[in-house]
Write a protein that binds this ligand. Structure first.
Ligand code: PRP
Ligand code: MN
Ligand code: MG
Length: 181
């Protein structure tokens, strides 16, 4: 099999650009949550790399937890109907929860997660996403920390997959047409 980089049409963000942006977001987050009981909540699987790199930009210790969810319904697009495959281990009551995501596409996934976590009574609930597609929004998501707004193109790499592939690509890019055929 060929090098996965050959399957990219063009690179949107290199690993260096991603790291640089995460450093800035980390600084902002560290200031905003000073003196607060912060819990980072990642959404499996896409957010694995964002979480790993974002949390390491923070100068002090911070706990993390994970949630795995599944959209059910047909098709590859998320339906917004979600079930929990793996729930948080932590009780988030009275905690300052920051959800860490790789991408907001339609917004349906985060809309559901926000509603679910809000019902558990956190002290605050905010979102940090590396990528956001404003043109693809089906529901408005109030997102406090956004890495990059991107056009409505299918992107892979840095945790983002196509059929479970390309998550381990270091850069983020669009797939070449030959991959789909
Ligand atoms: C992707 C991505 C976001 C979600 C965004 O996850 O990681 O979680 O879709 O799409 P939306 O805004 O249209 O709901 P996916 O369901 O593919 O699972 P994965 O993280 O395991 O790849
Ligand atoms: Mn995901
Ligand atoms: Mg996916």
């Amino acid at each position: 099999s060929s090098h996965m980089g050959n399957d990219l049409d063009h690179v949107l963000f290199t690993q260096d650009q991603i790291q640089e942006r995460l450093e800035r977001l980390g600084e902002q987050i560290w200031q905003d949550y000073e003196g607060k009981d912060l819990l980072l909540v990642g959404v499996l699987k896409g957010a694995v790399l964002v979480m790993a790199d974002l949390m390491r930009t923070l100068p002090g210790t911070v706990p993390m937890d994970w949630m795995a969810i599944s959209s059910y319904g047909s098709g590859t697009k998320s339906s917004g109907v979600v079930r929990i495959l793996m729930d948080l281990r932590e009780d988030i009551t009275d905690k300052h929860v920051l959800i860490v995501e790789d991408i907001i596409d339609s917004g349906l996934t985060l809309n559901w997660i926000q509603g679910n976590l809000r019902s558990r009574g956190p002290a605050s609930l905010e979102i940090c996403t590396l990528l956001r597609k404003p043109e693809a929004a089906k529901v408005a998501i109030d997102c406090k920390y956004v890495g990059f707004d991107i056009p409505n193109e299918f992107v892979v790499g840095y945790g983002l997959d196509y059929d479970e592939k390309y998550r381990n690509l270091r850069d983020i890019g669009t797939l070449a047409p030959h991959v789909y055929s």
